[in-house]
Design a protein around this ligand. Structure first.
Ligand SMILES: O=C(O)CCC(=O)C(=O)O
Ligand SMILES: [Fe+2]
Length: 376
């Protein structure tokens, strides 16, 4: 099934948040290497969404467009090569103690997790966010306004930016996305983004110092009743950076009806996505096409209780299933090896206030990790 808005993906701009759910707006690369102008091809181009999840409009710079173009052309070699250069310039931090929400991890345990992700493209941690933390995040999400994301058929002119507090009894849209500048100023989020166990896994996977690139939290609802590409509910790969790792945290229970996150195991590898898909550029791919190319056991659907933490290389094919009943509240962080790539629409998102000395000390002593959120 192809997305109503022509299947063109635009750079998931995080001006407000792509939540890049499905990044609906990267310019499509034609066989001859030319690409459509994503700024012009999508009616969503004027909408402003945070990029990590939901594709948002933004300014696809030349560097960014080249990144996508080369990825599609080389099946991923270009990213691997660039990542090696970045790793030389920004080698990983060496920490004696690795302790945090993933427990106390030995350097070997971190390496094993990273190797598992290299092989499969994801890791589901045994450790979970505590039920108290999930309660607090849920309470926050039921009492703060979020941006209601326009759906595929809606454009900024018919929709505009709408904000509301999510009411589970009467959802007004398919995705309620919290703004990143609000999130990074919340105490719980500050504790999590400075968690050494998460950061250690990220840097082991990307083989260099990580840069926190995206902080997203969103409700997915049963509104609409069909897959919405703009809400990342069709298979796609992310391609805003050279190399990255995402952490997904289920804050509510996710059963088959609550829109489980899906991933095609192994598709993150170089040449893991068939060239027949890549030749079409940065477009969404239908379930049927994915089913014909990959064995059934590679199509993973993550149904799991709240608190579950998944690390995933979203260079592989992934999506969220539409919510059929109830809702799903998901928190997401992205750690990249550098900010090279898409422009940064949420430049205005700043940490204004620290809630603990620990968080402040950690952020100030690792300015590269938080360069996106500190200002210059
Ligand atoms: O909602 C989902 O499970 C998919 C999210 C997604 O595509 C992303 O965060 O990159
Ligand atoms: Fe995505």
């Amino acid at each position: 099934m192809s997305p109503p808005n022509s299947g063109l993906l635009q750079p998931s701009c995080r001006a407000a948040q792509c939540r890049r759910l499905a990044e609906p707006r990267v310019g499509k690369l034609n066989r001859d290497g030319k690409k459509d102008d994503p700024e012009c091809t999508s009616g969503l181009a004027a909408a402003r969404w945070p990029r990590a999840i939901f594709p948002s409009p933004g300014h696809p710079g030349t560097a960014y467009q080249s990144l996508i173009h080369l990825f599609c052309l080389t099946g991923g070699w270009s990213n691997d090569l660039l990542a090696r250069a970045v790793a030389l310039k920004h080698p990983s931090y060496r920490w004696e103690e690795i302790n945090g929400i993933l427990g106390e991890l030995s350097p070997q345990a971190v390496t094993d997790i990273a190797n598992g992700i290299k092989e499969k493209g994801f890791h589901v941690f045994e450790q979970k966010l505590s039920s108290e933390l999930c309660d607090r995040l849920q309470a926050f999400s039921l009492s703060h306004e979020a941006v209601i994301r326009p759906m595929d058929q809606e454009t900024s002119s018919t929709f505009g930016d709408r904000k509301a507090v999510y009411d589970p009894a009467s959802p007004k849209g398919i995705v309620y996305q919290f703004e990143q500048d609000v999130l990074v100023n919340e105490a719980i989020i500050q504790a999590l983004i400075t968690d050494r166990s998460l950061i250690s896994v990220a840097q082991a996977y990307i083989s260099s110092q990580p840069v926190l690139d995206e902080v997203n939290l969103w409700w997915s609802t049963a509104y609409g009743g069909k897959p919405d590409a703009n809400a990342a509910q069709m298979y796609h790969f992310d391609m805003d950076r050279i190399r990255w790792l995402k952490f997904f945290f289920y804050i509510t229970d996710v059963g088959p009806n609550n829109g489980p996150h899906c991933f095609v195991a192994g598709s993150h590898k170089t040449k893991g996505i068939p060239s027949s898909f890549l030749d079409r550029g940065y477009v969404r791919i239908s379930d049927e096409e994915v089913r014909t190319r990959y064995a059934r056991e590679r199509l993973i659907e993550f149904t799991a209780p709240r608190g579950t933490i998944i690390a995933e290389d979203t260079r592989g094919l992934h999506k969220g299933l539409p919510v059929l009943r109830g809702h799903r509240l998901m928190l997401e962080f992205e750690f990249s090896n550098s900010l090279f790539g898409a422009t940064s629409p949420h430049r205005e998102s700043r940490i204004q206030k620290f809630h603990t000395d620990n968080a402040e000390r950690f952020v100030r002593s690792h300015p590269r990790i938080y360069e996106h959120w500190l200002g210059n």
